[in-house]
Design a protein around this ligand. Sequence first.
Ligand code: NAI
Ligand code: MG
Length: 501
Amino acid sequence: MAVDSIDVQLPSGKSYKQPIGLFVNNEYILPKAGKKFETINPSTGKPICEVYEAKEEDVDVAVEAAVKAFKFGSEYRSLTSQARGKLLTKLADLMERDVEVLATIESLDNGKSISMARMDVQLSANCIRYYGGWCDKIHGKTMEVENSRFMYTRHEPVGVCGQIIPWNFPLLMWSWKIGPAIACGNVVVLKTAEQTPLSALKACELVKEAGFPAGVINVLSGFGKIAGDALARHDKVDKVAFTGSTVVGRAIMKASAESNLKKVTLELGGKSPNIIFNDADIDQAVKWSNFGIYYNHGQCCCAGSRIYVQEGIYDKFVQKFIETAKATVVGDPFKEDTFQGPQVSQLQFDRIMGYIRAGRDEGAKIEIGGERHGEEGYFIQPTVITNVNQKMKIMQEEIFGPVVAIAKFTDIEDVIEKAHDTTYGLAAAVFTTNLKTAIQVSNRLEAGTVWVNSYNTIHHQLPFGGFKQSGIGRELGKYALHEYTHVKGVHLNLEMPAPIY
Ligand code: NAI
Ligand code: MG
């Protein structure tokens, strides 16, 4: 049964139409059990509205819709690759057309500042458009060995892709997942994070408007242990792509192993080192490092949460870093000049405050911040911690908040050892004006992304993913296409006689 959109009130006093059903077969439908759950506005801690919750049986319905859309001879499978590309580029255009409403929903549901939310929508559209361009450029190779035979490869879609995304970049993660999956000719059942279901549901209106055949993109709101697990375990799901915590990444691999051995890609946590050498342009290093940790309120898998500063400039760097951090505009995400809004949930707020407490208890020094900001909502002051050592919990575990630890190092060997001393390997940065240092250190760093003299400038053309326990596989760029295709080798016998035994 179809479900109507509801009017959702915005802080400005205006309202917009929010779809709340499960998006299956291009319709917003009622789940079988008909249950709803609330999504919270993290700026106030109060509910925004309720959306319908997918349970196991609804995952089945969505997977069936995807299987049908993927059937050989279906409308979708009969599209030319260029026509498929046009669906994505049209979707990107529509996202740009609706940037204001999408960004507003993102700010409301996630708490990110409106200026950053607009950037997220633009980055999302860029990603979708980029993959639209790939559709008619995905092909195999020919291998001519001898006259009697001919061989070639085909890059075929994997099939039904289960995708599970987090709450830190709701629309952007939706785009990173859907873009390459569709580019390769797959169909999708995506589960959003329970904290932030709204923007993806709204964007599904655009999926329909862009002209995607029914069942190609299906989006479910629901909880990880129920709908997420059902997707990861489903026998008719051919691949699962996940972004989130390392703990859940493990659970997803296990679910795949215990079911049909579906392909798994994981984009997990990080504890990324940001290394500042004596010869760095200190003012630029300070500004980028602030952006490196406080962007998206520190809720960034690649956040530069461990800053290592070489002895010669340590004191000066810390002093300037603190001055810059103090100037961060924290508050109402709907104010144009706000940089930092609230953390996404009470749970995340409590986790972060727990880490700050652990740092204090282990003898670290809280230079600034460390407390709640304001009276309501989940705001945390930008926090700078010094006097740390590698063994501390705050130096080993992902905090996922506006909290940075700054430590000192002596030389390259010292900092490489410290940088590598976690289970993660997602990202890293090097600040130096010496080309040799920049290249030699970035070559040695165990990280899927290295920034030289910048931070957090992710681009859809460059692959993103983790070394070590930060993940498996790559997203973005051409590299993501490998994760969404099977390569088939075909032998063509031209005039080879059968072997005689
Ligand atoms: P999470 O890993 O529990 O949630 C991410 C997604 O996985 C959500 O859609 C959730 O519903 C789903 N999920 C949860 N349990 C599942 C299961 N058993 N099977 C299938 N899907 C499941 O992350 P959470 O609890 O929201 O955040 C905890 C920590 O994870 C954060 O503090 C942060 O350290 C890390 N994290 C990392 C992210 C990244 O971008 N790599 C994003 C979000 C969180
Ligand atoms: Mg919310």
